[in-house]
Ligand binder design. Sequence first.
Ligand code: H2B
Length: 93
Amino acid sequence: MKALSASEIKKHIATLDGWLYEENALHTSIEFRDFKDAFSLMTRIAFEAEKLEHHPDWSNVYNKVNISLSTHDAGGVTEKDFQLAQIIDKLVS
Ligand code: H2B
């Protein structure tokens, strides 16, 4: 899969909720009520990521989840990152 250009990424990112494009990846930060809610959402994302065969780079501290999406094989952001970002937005909302 081919990495998207900066202008394609800017166009696509407008369709997402609370994502930034920085350092060749899409980033978001989500805050939950507590650790249980944060980890529950991470588990649901994990199942979707497996289905898509595309996986987030992420970290979790207590009720906060930081997510970065890029396609390692392509060295940048691809359609797959936007697919996963859209799924994450849907699961969060
Ligand atoms: N996830 C992400 N974010 N980037 C990749 O390039 C990638 C992946 N490659 N998940 C996948 C797995 C690849 O290694 C397997 C073989 O499909």
